[in-house]
Design a protein around this ligand. Structure first.
Ligand code: ATP
Ligand code: MG
Length: 391
């Protein structure tokens, strides 16, 4: 039987007059995502996107669609002619195969073609009876069925599928509908998750990584590139800016009190990230900070880091426990890369007793031993830009 992929989208439907704009962006993103996977035919009607492709490419098409933001579900459906006999046959053949004796089910029907001789309830009853007759082990349950079989009678054809064919997509908003933000991307677990969470809301992502050659190795840098490429699976592209950070770290180590080292370092990161963001028309920064996770992430410490930038700093994992962040990292596919044991620039220069309750005035005083502006300018001059695509 011929199959199509039905894509449902969620929140976009709430966009009122702007809805067509969001739909256009989603359609464009889908075409872009499938460009190297299959030749497709794509159309949209009644809040459903229909995608046709060669049968043997459909698995790969669905897999890819599951990473496109804005998509709530991806369902393979059988296509048949618009008459009740064909629909009955299609349901028994296409959905019946997946239904096992003992399973409870119900049929739901929708017809957008009101000239179809049966109404929705009649379609559901007729198809349900046929399915039950041909699979007597099934149990009809209209209240809490394990499986819902759906029939949609549309303009040119009818589509049949069951909830067993349906897979949950990413949700969120289509990439490109929500401005641009700059992610401070370390090699750790938290920042890739933070980037994914904001990207999911339609925001395009640039990434900044602070790199301490020769204290951190090329493999540490490759790890960050790999993390950016995993994020790019969702957004199609990530611009990664690698900032040389060694000189700044050595200056801080030599001229500032050890217990203030991490916070002063974090303040430099935020300042430089903000400059990179302004240059590339980003409207916000994103970090993977979570309250209380480490000394530099107490609320007092976050305040000290926050004061150096004017831009909003988005911290989507701020209230999450480490195990919740790890769960997400596993789901989005960054975890295995994040735990590779290559050193990060922060782990190389870690004080034994970092301040957890810093006072801004004290940190500013320590920092005044440094030529902040000149250090930032030199780091900015050494930035390497890498355009990262999905791997
Ligand atoms: P992560 O798991 O994201 O590395 P973390 O818990 O190790 O986070 P910190 O090392 O205190 O936390 O860093 C806090 C945040 O600062 C990170 O989530 C990240 O956004 C940013 N950050 C830290 N190190 C770097 C780096 N080398 N390059 C870019 N951003 C960094
Ligand atoms: Mg880290």
């Amino acid at each position: 039987m011929r199959e199509v992929v039905l894509v449902k989208y969620g929140e976009i439907i709430l966009k009122g007059g702007n809805r067509p704009v969001f739909e256009r962006v989603l359609m464009k993103n889908i075409k872009n995502a499938l460009r190297n996977i299959a030749e497709i035919n794509i159309s949209i009607a009644q809040a459903t996107i229909y995608i046709e492709a060669e049968q043997e490419k459909l698995d790969a098409v669905c897999e890819r669609l599951l990473k496109v933001f804005g998509i709530v579900s991806v369902t393979r459906a059988g296509v048949c002619e618009k008459n009740i006999e064909s629909i009955k046959n299609a349901v028994c053949e296409y959905c019946g195969a997946d239904l096992k004796p003992g399973m409870s089910f119900k049929v739901e029907a929708k017809r957008s073609d009101k000239r179809f001789p049966l109404d929705s309830i009649q379609i559901a009853q007729t198809v349900g009876a046929e399915l039950h007759d041909s699979n007597p082990g099934l149990i009809v349950d209209v209240h809490k069925p394990q499986v819902v079989v759906r029939v949609e009678v549309r303009d040119t054809a009818a589509y049949v599928y069951s909830t067993l064919n349906k897979r949950a997509g990413q949700g969120g908003m289509p990439t490109g509908t929500g401005n641009r933000a700059t992610l401070l991307l370390s090699g750790g677990i938290d920042s890739p998750v933070a980037g994914h969470m904001i990207a999911k809301r339609g925001v395009e992502i640039d990434a900044v990584n602070f790199f301490s050659f020769p204290y951190t190795s090329d493999r540490a840098k490759e790890k960050v590139i790999e993390l950016a490429s995993i994020l790019a699976r969702y957004t199609s592209k990530v611009n990664l800016y690698v900032v040389p950070f060694t000189e700044i770290q050595l200056e801080i180590r030599d001229k500032c009190p050890e217990e203030h080292m991490t916070l002063i370092m974090r303040r430099f990161m935020m300042r430089i990230a903000e400059r990179v963001a302004v240059k590339n028309k980003s409207a916000a920064l994103i970090t993977g900070e979570s309250v209380g996770q480490v000394a530099s992430q107490t609320i007092a410490a976050l305040n000290v880091t926050n004061t150096v930038c004017k831009m909003p700093v988005l911290r989507p994992v701020i209230g999450m426990d480490k195990n919740e962040i790890v769960d997400r990292a596993r789901r989005i596919g960054t975890f295995e890369t994040s735990i590779l044991p290559y050193e990060d620039c922060c782990t190389v220069f870690t004080p034994k007793h970092p301040t957890t309750q810093p006072r801004l005035a004290a940190i500013e005083k320590s920092e005044s031993a440094l030529d902040v502006e000149q250090l930032i300018e030199r780091a900015m001059e050494g930035i390497e830009k890498i355009e990262v695509y999905p791997d």
